[in-house]
Design a protein around this ligand. Structure first.
Ligand SMILES: [Zn+2]
Length: 306
């Protein structure tokens, strides 16, 4: 029972908030904190807050008679996990921040830095909706669309830390312009923000993707059309994903996945239509909700310690 008091410090840093926890090696959470990111203060201030919060969590562990043995931090954007560097982030403003080194120096603990969606995928694949499969594609659909390909519990980061950007698969060459600058990317058509925007444009009144899902389910023709357009685009993206990765399970996370069967049922049908010789993956909703990133950061920390 020598390890019964061991925990890892886990932080999931988002554009608006940080989800933080102390997590035991078996994946159970013993303490949770949330903090504001306040990205408008600039990247240096955000890094300062990350280090303060991590140090505070390690102190909290000590005060509770626990031993913090490692730290895991998840951040958005482009992340060089091998070097532990937050290379670039649009919503937090990171430019080549050596976050792993900074955290190790402050905490005196082995630290791992990961990409928010990749660690979320890691958590879903190991502990959540993909836990029965060895080959999992986790797709987070929110303000953007990004994915993580997890094989035997390990997520591939790519040569430059930018693997899994399924949101920038070209699905509608004549479609709306994407945040990346090119017209017709999947996330410009089928992200939660894109769905709300499209409906608002056609209806002349503001709406969220959740409103569109509700109105489509209630039989409103315009909402039904906008919803179906998004479903078809997502199916195009997932068919490309399946052609590349041949997974057993596709786990859908992010805000849009909260539509549940209203998304999964038509998407499953549309994906089936597009597959020829490829095997159809199981299509399921994420199980860990917005805890996935924090749990994934904890898993990275445990891996870093091993
Ligand atoms: Zn794009």
């Amino acid at each position: 029972m020598t390890s019964s008091g061991e925990v890892v410090v886990a932080l999931d840093v988002g554009g608006t908030g940080m989800k933080c926890a102390l997590v035991r090696p078996d994946g159970t959470t013993v303490h949770v904190e949330r903090h504001a990111t306040e990205a408008s203060r600039g990247p240096e201030a955000v890094v300062g807050t990350i280090l303060d919060v991590a140090e505070g969590l390690a102190g909290k562990a000590r005060a509770d008679g626990l031993t913090a043995v490692a730290c895991g931090i998840a951040v958005p954007g482009v992340v060089d996990e091998a070097r532990g560097v937050a290379v670039w982030s649009a919503n937090v403003g990171f430019r080549d921040v050596p976050l792993r080194e900074l955290a190790q120096a402050r905490l005196g603990l082995p630290t791992a830095l990961g990409h928010d969606v990749r660690v979320g995928g890691l958590a879903e694949a190991r502990l959540g909706a993909g836990r029965d499969a060895d080959h999992v594609l986790f797709v987070a659909i929110g303000t953007g669309i990004a994915a993580a390909h997890v094989v035997h519990g390990s997520a591939a980061a790519g040569a430059h830390g930018a693997a899994g950007e399924i949101g920038h698969i070209l699905v509608r060459p004549d479609g709306p312009r994407c945040g990346c600058g090119r017209p017709g990317c999947l996330e410009a058509v089928a992200s939660a923000s894109a769905i709300g925007r499209r409906y608002a444009e056609l209806a002349g009144a503001p709406a969220t993707a959740a409103d569109v899902a509700d109105r489509a389910a209630a039989g409103e023709p315009l909402a039904g059309r906008v919803w179906q357009e998004a479903v078809e685009a997502l199916a195009d993206g997932l068919a490309t994903g399946q052609a590349l990765f041949d997974v057993e399970t596709v786990v859908l996370g992010g805000g849009l996945a909260q539509a549940g069967a209203r998304l999964l049922d038509p998407l499953r049908a549309a994906l089936r239509e597009r597959l020829t010789f490829h095997r159809e993956p199981r299509l399921v909703a994420a199980a860990l909700g917005d805890e996935a990133g924090c749990l994934g950061a904890a898993l990275l920390a445990l891996d870093a310690r091993a």
